[in-house]
Design a protein around this ligand. Sequence first.
Ligand SMILES: [Zn+2]
Length: 313
Amino acid sequence: MQRTLKAPIDCVGTGLHSGKRVAIALRPAPAGHGIVFRRRDLGIDIPARFDWVADTRLCTVLAHPTIAAARVATVEHLMAALAGTGITNAIVEVDGPELPILDGSAASFVFLIDCAGSVEQDQPAACLEVLRRVRVAGADGSYAELLPPPRNAAAEIVPGLSARVAIEFSAPAIGAQAIALHVTPASFRKELAAARTFALFANIEAMRQAGLAKGGSLDNAVVVDGARVLNPSGLRMEREFVRHKLLDAVGDLALAGVVLCATLHAHRAGHALNNRLLRQLLAEPANWRLRDGALPDFLQQPAAPPRAAGASA
Ligand SMILES: [Zn+2]
């Protein structure tokens, strides 16, 4: 069934890239509404839909197709927390162009959602079942693919995302890591929610000079220098890095606007491939079918014009 928040809840934090203090409020929304970001300072709504993704270089940025200033950056961890806790309808009010990074994982957002509580609504949640393999690849050997979901002993599809994700970094502190997980509300909370975003120490100065990561610190990211993790308290869990990559994928793929029922295989993929994967999946009606529910209201509106800049970077 569709779910929304029981009550509104507020929070204040810092934008990872802007370094600016930003306030957000998560609010309940009616069945069929979907997840919609609302720029409170501009009075403009930005639906959480894959075809409004305008940049994927360091985080996932949603932007209004014709009003460039109406954007919301770093949506993936909140989207993962909403998807991971089964919230299908919510309004996310935000005062500026970037969501707060909080602790760099989805755990703080899950905590907020738990504080607000959630309620089941009177309509089934639509499940978008992947019917055939869709694959996108990067020039560097990275790829991401969606395949039909696994089936249980009764030959019924297993709802949700069954993922196998791998990463490979030359920094020995990360190295090669893989995780296989059927993402459910329980497994999301236990295995993924607390995994933090990460950065290589060598890249941080370049990011700062490019005007990015101004709000980044050891309080909201794992920083790696060669074989060392620079955070004094170390890692929160084993293979925290690849768990975070899967967390990002859960958030990015939630921009389908409906629950994906699929198998995901990803190798060294990131926000760009995740978004290209959704675009390719949904470009061809023979790739998928909708089960149980209906598309959220905003996906029944005409699609935004395609964007080139940044979206496939
Ligand atoms: Zn992330």
